[in-house]
Structure formats: C-alpha cells, structure tokens
Design a protein around this ligand. Structure first.
Ligand code: NIG
Ligand code: FE
Length: 409
C-alpha cells in the first residue's frame, strides 16, 4: 500500500453532489484553504484544511506551493479517433461554404470516413495515443470518445477497439460511445432509412454483444438524420441496453433536443440553436446539456444559451468536441475560457461543468468528478491560486502537475 500526500494546497476547490441530482446546483463548490490530500493507492483517503495535516505518514509528499487543486478534468465529448485531417476545408469556409454545404458535397465527415477506413488500427492507435498524452498534460483524466468515422461494421469496430486498447494502456480513463449514426455513408447515399435499418439490425447488437461501447450517439441535423430516424436509432440503442446521447440543434433546430428529453437521453450535445420546447423537454428529463463552445468559435456560430439552461436547472457540462472538422482543438482549458467569456458562466459553474456533470453524463459520477474520501485520486495542481485565474488566463497550459489514480503522470 502506498501513500501520497499533497500538502500546501492554497485552495482546494471541488463541486459537491452526486449524480442523483447531477452535481446539486450548478456551481455549488466547496472551497478549502490551506488544504492537504492524503491518497492511498488509487483512492483519496482524507482531505484536511486550515493548515491541519493528516495524521498518517506518507511515502511520497508533493508540495503544491500554495496553488489551486481541483478534480481531474472530465472531457465529456470527443471524436478522438480519426484518419487524416481537414485543413483543406478552411479556404472553402473562408470563401463562405457552410459546414453542411461541405458535408452535402461529400466532404466534411465523409472525407474523414474515407481516411479512417484507409488507416490501419495501429496508425489510429498511435495517433489517438498522442492526443491523449496532450489531453492528460492539460489536466484531463477521464475522456469520452466516439466512433463514427467508419459507418461500416469493420471500421466502426476498428475505432472502438482502438478506444478499448487505449483505455487499457493509457493513464486516461476512456468511455466509448458508438456513433454509427454520424452521417449517411456513401454506399447509402439518399437511403438514410436503409442505413438506420443496418445500424439497428447489425451494428448496434454487435457493439453491445462485444461490449465495445456504453453509449450510442446520433447526429440529428438537417441533411443528416431527421428526428424520426434518430428516434428509431435511439430506441434500438435503448433496447440493446446502451445509454443515449444525441448531437442536437448544432446548426438547425429540427427537434433534436426535444427528442433528447422525450427519450430521457443522458445528454444532448451542442444545443447552439435550442429553443423553448427543447429546453422544456430537457429540464423535465434532467438531460445534461453538453455544451461545446470551442465548436461555436471554430464554426463562427453563436453560443448555446448556457445561462438560460442553468436557470432552468438543466445540468450543464462543457466539453471540447475535439474532431478534425468543427473543432480541431483538444484543449478543454480553452473551452473553459469560452464558457467564462461567452456563456458568462461563473468559475464555480465552469468547474461543475468540466468535472462532476460530464462524469455523470458518461456514467462515471460515482468514481470521479469530485474530490472526496473514497473517490478515485484524479487531481490537478494548477499554476493558479484560484478558478478565477484559470478561467481568465488563455492560450497557455495552466496545469502544473496531474495526478491520475494516485500517481504523478
Ligand atoms: O460534433 N456534428 C457532428 N460531429 C462533429 C463534427 C465531426 C466532423 O466534422 O468531423 C461535431 O461537431
Ligand atoms: Fe461532436
């Protein structure tokens, strides 16, 4: 049994609450000054404050030098595994082409699908591993990762196997989401219903049977999957015992967030264009709003109405949406800055949004997302005295030291 003590923590800040009520009120944080954390193996054993130290001797002592300590960040939405990049789209965008124009012309997601189909499993593994290394250095200790650039059984399985192997070999804990309904593949052009049939008949049952994912996600969007198709896919996912997620109201409001509420999805993603009915449905179902402000920035879109969502007591999470098209950045700290300045969320609300709320939305709320005795010892020591500094500084990596399952990584 090994014991690690982190002492001289100027401020320890953590959300309170568990998933039964989704982190209690958004932004209800505990702040302890002059704190210390005793870790035994991979768990938090004791937290002390006001200059008191735990009684037990530790094998290793880390001096936090008066800095801020928070839970490790939980990244609730990424498209981590993909072939190629899409820098060639930028000149088109700068000439006025929209995200959906590019997709309708066979580019966008479909371009990445072709490159992901061509990539070997090892290439995808090495590339994604590099991304995870970078995320960890930025303070992310748990990460959701979606498939959805295969759109055929073999490639979707290849992607999910990469996620599984990374979960086994990399310090960051991964949670896999099957996103076979990310776009209609070229073989099914104009036959979205037939592709949904294939997903429901073969792919979702295969994913479930082989334990390849815990959640299913669908891109419910104009010219992608309509509400009827999305509902059919999500019903099938539910019948197969998978959790439900939905990319909703990213560009056009076609009813995705209402569907999320009606189906009691665990989270709805994006919500840039959400309206009254969607908010009502999500509030009733307590569906988490997984907001992706760096995507708003990168697409040049407006920002999801975070304050209104919070006012309606919809749990709000912030994630990066890392992907090769709409958000080629994996920097969750940048998303936090945007949450502060564009969503006008408070630093306390932002901490809730990048820890316990996404943890609950990916089924890990009882293990990670808060700092309390018994939880997994995932923590970040920041180069900052408080959350205000962390939300204000922008463009630098503010994580000084990251501790994952009780180990300095
Ligand atoms: O969340 N909108 C759908 N999926 C991603 C983008 C994927 C891509 O462009 O490759 C998103 O924005
Ligand atoms: Fe996404």
């Amino acid at each position: 049994m090994s014991k690690l003590l982190i002492k001289n923590i100027g401020r320890l800040q953590t959300p309170l609450g568990s998933c039964s009520h989704y982190g209690a009120k958004q932004g209800e944080n505990q702040k302890l000054d002059q704190a210390a954390v005793l870790i035994e193996d991979d768990r938090i054993k004791e937290i002390t404050s006001n200059g008191t130290l735990p009684q037990e001797e530790a094998d290793v002592v880390i001096d936090a030098q008066g800095n801020l300590v928070t839970p490790g960040l939980v990244e609730g939405h990424t498209h981590l595994v993909f072939g190629g990049y899409r820098q060639a789209e930028i000149p088109l965008k700068l000439k006025g082409a929209g995200y959906l124009d590019i997709l309708r012309a066979g580019g966008g997601i479909l371009d990445t699908v072709q490159k992901t189909r061509e990539a070997s499993k090892d290439e995808l593994y090495q590339k994604s591993r590099g991304f995870l290394d970078e995320m960890l250095s930025l303070g992310v200790t748990t990460c959701e990762a979606k498939s959805g650039y295969g759109l055929d059984l073999d490639t979707e399985v290849k992607m999910l196997q990469v996620i599984r192997e990374l979960n086994d070999s990399h310090p960051v804990d991964l949670v896999a989401t099957f996103m076979g309904a990310h776009a209609v593949p070229p073989e099914y052009e104009g036959r979205g219903d037939a592709y949904i049939d294939l997903l429901c008949r073969e792919m979702i049952p295969y994913v479930k049977e082989h334990g390849l994912a815990e959640f299913c996600d669908v891109f419910c969007e104009d010219s992608v999957f309509d509400v009827k198709q999305s509902r059919r896919y999500l019903r099938c996912a539910r019948e197969n015992g998978l959790g439900l997620k939905i990319h909703a109201d990213e560009i056009e409001e076609i009813g995705g967030s209402q569907l999320a509420g009606q189906m009691e999805a665990i989270s709805a993603e994006h919500l840039i264009a959400i309206g009254e009915k969607g908010m009502e449905a999500m509030a009733a179902a307590k569906t988490t709003a997984m907001l992706l402000p760096a995507t708003s920035f990168y697409l040049g879109k407006s920002y999801a109405p975070a304050r209104e969502l919070i006012q309606r007591e919809i749990p709000v999470a912030i994630a990066s949406d890392f992907n090769p098209g709409s958000c080629p950045s994996l920097n969750l700290q940048l998303a936090m800055n945007l949450g502060y300045l564009r969503y006008k969320m408070t630093p306390e609300e932002i901490l809730t949004a990048v820890t316990i709320n996404p943890a609950c939305a990916i089924g890990r709320g009882s293990q990670v997302g808060t700092l309390e005795a018994g939880k997994q010892a995932d923590l970040v020591i920041w180069d900052a005295p408080d959350m205000e500094m962390l939300c204000y500084r922008f463009g630098s990596n503010m994580a000084l030291q990251v501790i994952k399952k009780g180990e300095l990584v």
